[in-house]
Design a protein around this ligand. Structure first.
Ligand code: SAM
Length: 287
């Protein structure tokens, strides 16, 4: 097994190794403004803002919001007011400062200042870039998602979170996401929380990633990652949940990355043309 594999204790006495995502995914894809990202299931929008700040700093691009759209499940109401960009920026800046005070790898003052500056300098949202409310990750429409290269559900949680994640992915199977596009899900690997995801329903028995589940018929599993979370936290992402588990996230988070396969017909065509070529070769040789 790959020495760099990520070991997960995903259910009672069940452990599996998942391959790691190629690091170029982060540098080339996530930081490149050309790859439009749709975030679903946001809470305080600090993930979105930290991501935008990271992208802006890495790419130097001014029009940063043109490539990012954030959405929340809860519609706007008395209990769920809309979140202003300025509010989310404050959340991120406070979070960077909290990280800094914790010291250790997060306590570099120069880096903390750079991150605060990156967050503070983010431009305003244009009307067409405003965050959307009342968006159900289980019912995303092709018209919305087919404008994006990456669809990201960060730390999904609900009473039946395993069902929520499965329904989200099955919806991604049904809709018209272009082949080559990515779906990312950020989860905790902390036991026993991880049991609630029922990862076998997505990745197959023993997390074998053998392509037998409905999700893996349409998506290749690219692997898991536990490094990007540290980067995004350094820009002020602060997990929002029913319980404050933010401090666990730094050490216990993984991102699962899926890539949409080519449509079956194209795959078959490719296969048949390559097998055609294969069968031609010996014939030519014999001529
Ligand atoms: C633990 S919170 C994480 C919030 C935010 N993504 C973060 O990382 O801070 C779980 C989120 O899942 C969202 N959620 C639950 N059911 C959902 C659904 N059907 N569609 C989209 N989001 C959903 C909740 O609204 C909540 O914001």
């Amino acid at each position: 097994m790959d020495a760099a594999a990520l070991s997960l204790n995903y259910a009672d006495s069940k452990r599996a190794n998942l391959g790691r995502v190629d690091q170029s995914f982060y540098r080339n894809l996530l930081c490149s403004v050309g790859n439009r990202v749709l975030f679903v299931g946001e809470g305080n929008f600090s993930f979105t803002v930290a991501f935008a700040a990271m992208r802006k700093k890495e790419s130097g691009e001014e029009d940063i919001w043109g490539g990012i759209l954030a959405t929340r499940f809860e519609d706007v109401g008395f209990d769920y007011p809309p979140v202003a960009l300025s509010q989310a920026k404050i959340e991120c800046v406070e979070s960077v400062l909290k990280n800094y005070k914790k010291g250790g790898v997060r306590g570099d003052p120069q880096k903390a200042m750079e991150k605060i500056q990156a967050v503070s300098c983010l431009p305003e949202l244009k009307p067409t870039e405003e965050w959307l409310y009342g968006i159900d990750a289980r019912a995303l429409k092709s018209e919305l998602i087919n404008r994006f290269t990456i669809i990201w559900f960060q730390c999904p949680w609900a009473n039946s979170v395993g069902q929520l994640i499965l329904d989200f992915l099955l919806n991604m199977v049904r809709v018209d996401l272009n082949s080559g596009c990515f779906v990312c899900i950020g989860i905790t690997k902390k036991f026993p929380y991880i049991k609630n995801y029922y990862l076998e329903n997505i990745l197959g028995r023993g997390l074998s990633c053998d392509g037998t589940t409905e999700v893996l018929k349409k998506y290749d599993f690219m692997g898991a990652d536990d490094t990007f979370i540290k980067e995004i936290i350094s820009y002020g992402y602060r997990h929002q949940g029913l319980r404050d588990i933010h401090d666990d996230i730094f050490d216990h988070h993984v991102t699962l990355v899926f890539k949409k396969k080519q449509p079956e017909a194209t795959q078959n065509k490719k296969r048949s043309s390559s097998s055609h070529m294969e069968s031609e070769r010996p014939q030519k040789k014999n001529q």
